[in-house]
Ligand binder design. Structure first.
Ligand code: ADP
Ligand code: MG
Length: 223
């Protein structure tokens, strides 16, 4: 059974009174260890699709299933537990807390809700791979956009979740840091995490084990 599955997933929005399908009848599944990339132009429905997969947006029709269980049958409490422990969503844009240092930001999700705190060794391993060890005691306001991005990624990968979903994670990065980030995703996938990365940069697709194209809400496997 797939870890995460979408069945006949549809999301309709209205524009100037006319409804259209931002996500149009998508069937999709991902298993542990898969590294899936979804490429598509701006406006093709990538973010909407990710928001449906994580349950942040409710579908117009169709289902999302986690380990075979429909999201709509999973209660709020259980769902937030799953989001804390098993599924890490890295949204587009910045999401660090400005009052906390980089180190505190990375560890913050694991200071609440009785989660296991990552070891200092694991923190160093991840921050080294992402090239942010020297920045651990800085505040987000002292970082570049690319550095903030990498700290956000460190926070998501540190506890080796079952699934990582990242929305254009390398959009603001130069090519050296893009490779760093893609390498860490590839690495964590090889250790058993399922990874979904959405991008409009075709040059990063080589890292994935499976590539899909998104066009006007439809998802097709690339050949
Ligand atoms: N909350 C919303 N209400 C209405 N239309 C939306 C909403 N969110 C996204 N859209 C529209 O749905 C389409 C897909 O958007 P999005 O999923 O953000 O695409 P992408 O992430 O590929 O750029 C776009 O036409 C966008 O304007
Ligand atoms: Mg988007």
């Amino acid at each position: 059974m797939a870890f995460l599955e979408a069945r006949k997933l549809v999301k309709e929005y209205k524009r100037r009174g006319v409804s259209f399908r931002a996500v149009d009848d998508i069937d999709f599944s991902i298993d542990t260890g898969d590294f899936v990339m979804i490429e598509g132009e701006s406006g093709s429905g990538k973010t909407t699709f990710l928001n449906l997969l994580t349950g942040l947006t409710e579908p117009t029709s169709g289902d999302v299933l986690i380990s075979g269980k429909p999201l709509k049958d999973i209660g709020d409490e259980e769902l937030s537990k799953i989001r804390n422990q098993k599924i890490k969503y890295i949204p587009q844009g910045e999401s660090l807390l400005s009052a906390l240092t980089v180190r505190e930001n990375i560890l913050f999700p694991y200071t609440v809700g009785g989660l296991e705190k990552p070891s200092p060794e694991r923190l160093l391993e991840v921050s080294d791979k992402l090239g942010i060890t020297d920045l651990l005691d800085e505040y987000p306001s002292e970082l570049s956009g690319g550095e903030m991005r990498r700290a956000t990624i460190a926070r998501a990968v540190i506890n080796k979740p079952s699934l990582i979903i990242a929305d254009e994670p390398t959009g603001s990065l130069d090519s050296a840091n893009t490779s760093r980030v893609m390498e860490i995703f590839k690495n964590i996938a090889s250790e058993g995490t399922a990874v979904i990365v959405v991008t409009h940069q075709k040059e990063t697709l080589g890292y994935a084990s499976k590539v899909y194209g998104m066009e006007q809400g439809s998802l097709k496997e690339a050949v």
